[in-house]
Write a protein that binds this ligand. Structure first.
Ligand code: SAM
Length: 257
């Protein structure tokens, strides 16, 4: 996966890229990320990248020209002859609370993207609208709340997509089993010791019976989904086993109530 992050605050992004899985993915050559400071694409001596909004009002708006110039530079650097043959080599993404919701399916889409992903991070009151109309980036939201900038959303998207690349997460099984991978939430996890403050590990997990453990995990994944995110079960085709397990769960919960 190849990414470019365009930002006024590189230091909000770089330290995170230097840690944990994101760092390992880069070391293994599975992720390439460059962070560019949009101030380097300003036209004036003071490197002004924002200005007051037309029409008045609070806050500052990021200027369009530095962003256009940064994209021009990227196109020159990476496009060239290749672009003429195969179309644009860049996929422009604009983190925005007004965008298409970011989901696990979008993360998979980004993981599979052959083009370079360019995250244009807004800040302050946002970006001059002409960036959207002129460059037609895809607006993507990481949730119905407003953050101070697009840097954290860009990192969220990169992180969620990169860990789906085979070889990034140590055990590929863990990616297959976790929340949303199968439109279900993950089953609960436990680690040593067997008892913490009087709370014991479910016996089945220390039984050594692999089939019983598999069945328990499937049931608990269904239970978590049913209790926390029933919307994920709606319109979902259930296997014979899932239907049986879900019936058991429903009975258990009706008996408790
Ligand atoms: C303070 S916000 C601007 C919000 C804008 N005035 C609005 O109400 O739509 C500054 C920047 O943070 C980023 N941002 C904020 N919330 C976001 C979210 N939920 N998802 C993705 N990006 C977000 C965007 O890049 C945005 O340009």
């Amino acid at each position: 996966m190849r990414c470019e992050v365009l930002t006024l605050f590189p230091d909000m992004v770089l330290p995170v890229l230097g840690q944990s899985m994101l760092k390992r993915a880069q070391e293994k050559g599975l992720l390439e990320v460059r962070v560019r400071n949009l101030r380097d694409y300003t036209l004036d001596r003071h490197q002004v990248a924002d200005d007051a909004p037309y029409g008045g009002g609070a806050g500052m708006v990021m200027k369009a020209e530095p962003i256009f110039r940064a994209i021009d530079a990227l196109r020159q650097e990476y496009g060239g002859a290749l672009r003429q043959e195969h179309g644009d080599d860049l996929r422009l993404l604009l983190p925005s609370p007004q965008g298409r919701p970011f989901t696990q399916a979008v993360a998979e889409e980004l993981r599979d993207e052959r083009r370079r992903l360019v995250f244009v991070c807004g800040h302050y009151e946002g970006i001059d609208e002409r960036v959207r109309t002129g460059l037609a980036p895809e607006e993507v939201s990481i949730g119905d709340y407003v953050l101070t900038g697009g840097e954290l959303p860009a990192l969220v998207m990169i992180d969620a997509a990169v860990r789906l690349i085979p070889g990034v997460v140590g055990d590929p099984e863990s990616v297959l089993a976790e929340s949303f991978a199968d439109s279900l939430l993950d089953f609960p996890q436990y680690t040593r010791p067997p008892e913490v403050r009087g709370l014991a590990v479910p016996e089945v997990l220390v039984s050594g019976n692999h089939e019983a453990i598999r069945r328990w995990r499937r049931k608990e994944a269904l239970r978590s989904t049913y209790l926390k995110r029933p919307d994920l079960l709606r319109d979902r085709l259930l296997s014979e086993e899932d239907r049986r397990l879900l019936d058991e769960i429903l009975n258990e919960h009706t008996n408790v109530c």
